[in-house]
Design a protein around this ligand. Structure first.
Ligand code: PEP
Length: 247
């Protein structure tokens, strides 16, 4: 399984940041010949990012509307992302769930929209700190997965990102044992939901992945890659992470 190392720039990046994408694109194949590298910049940069990447790395969106077009002021469809040069889109990021009230049914509709447009859907799930403290984390992630991942999910069109909410942007990371246990649990839920072919679907870990912990995380069983926020904004930091992808 080729690991997928995806950068989520969130609401960061003006034109000047395109040079980071050029640098990443120049180094990706040599640093991580057996991994897929993706950067999801803000929508305003997708088109120019795709030009800067020149096919050497993939470019994605951070969200999409379920409909292909319509009277949805401010929204962007999966088709528009594809048209701008994206090949993937993140759906159901915890910041979307938390700040915009997105529920798992909407996330599933967005995943279907991604597939309709020919994009890889990176479907995010993850528990809050209080859910983990209560010991509910396995159940919470299982039900988010069941409700957010449509049964048509396949290896070629889907990746799952397990991102414990308490680890995003906090500098805290789940331990390798916790990551391995959760990813194994997600794998079994996924197989139960979409069948044996789900064994090939990549399950990414996200939450304060940094150059200093990337190797350990990317060598953890059932980790099919990483979703990286803050550390993906700087080309050298992101490169230090993806160069640790499994050979
Ligand atoms: C994210 O944005 O999905 C994320 C994991 O952020 P960070 O790496 O900054 O914790």
């Amino acid at each position: 399984m080729r690991q997928l190392i995806a950068g989520n720039w969130k609401m960061h990046g003006l034109s000047a940041a395109l040079s980071e994408i050029e640098t990443v694109a120049e180094t990706a194949v040599a640093s991580a010949p057996n991994a897929d590298i993706l950067i999801c910049p803000p929508a305003t940069l997708v088109s120019r990012a795709a030009q800067a990447a020149a096919g050497r790395i993939a470019i994605g969106g951070q969200d999409c509307h379920p409909e292909p077009q319509g009277a949805f002021t401010g929204d962007i469809s999966a088709e528009m992302l594809r048209d701008a040069g994206a090949s993937a889109v993140i759906v159901g990021h915890s910041e979307r769930r938390q700040y915009y009230g997105e529920d798992s049914a909407l996330v599933a509709a967005k995943a279907r929209a991604a597939w309709r447009a020919g994009l890889l859907a990176i479907i995010c799930i993850g528990e809050t700190e209080s859910q983990r403290n209560l010991g509910d984390h396995l159940n919470v992630c299982a039900s988010q997965l069941t409700d957010s991942v449509p049964q048509e999910a396949r290896v070629a069109n889907t990746a799952i990102a397990y991102e414990p909410v308490w680890a995003i942007g906090t500098g805290k990371t789940a331990t390798p044992d916790d990551i391995a246990a959760m990813h194994a649990h997600i794998r079994e839920c996924l197989v139960g939901r979409v069948g044996e072919q789900a064994r090939g679907i990549r399950i990414l870990y996200g939450g304060s992945v940094k150059p200093g912990n990337a190797r350990e995380i990317l060598r953890t069983p059932e980790v099919g890659g990483a979703l990286v926020g803050g550390a993906s904004l700087s080309a050298p930091e992101f490169q230090a992470i993806f160069s640790e992808a499994s050979p």
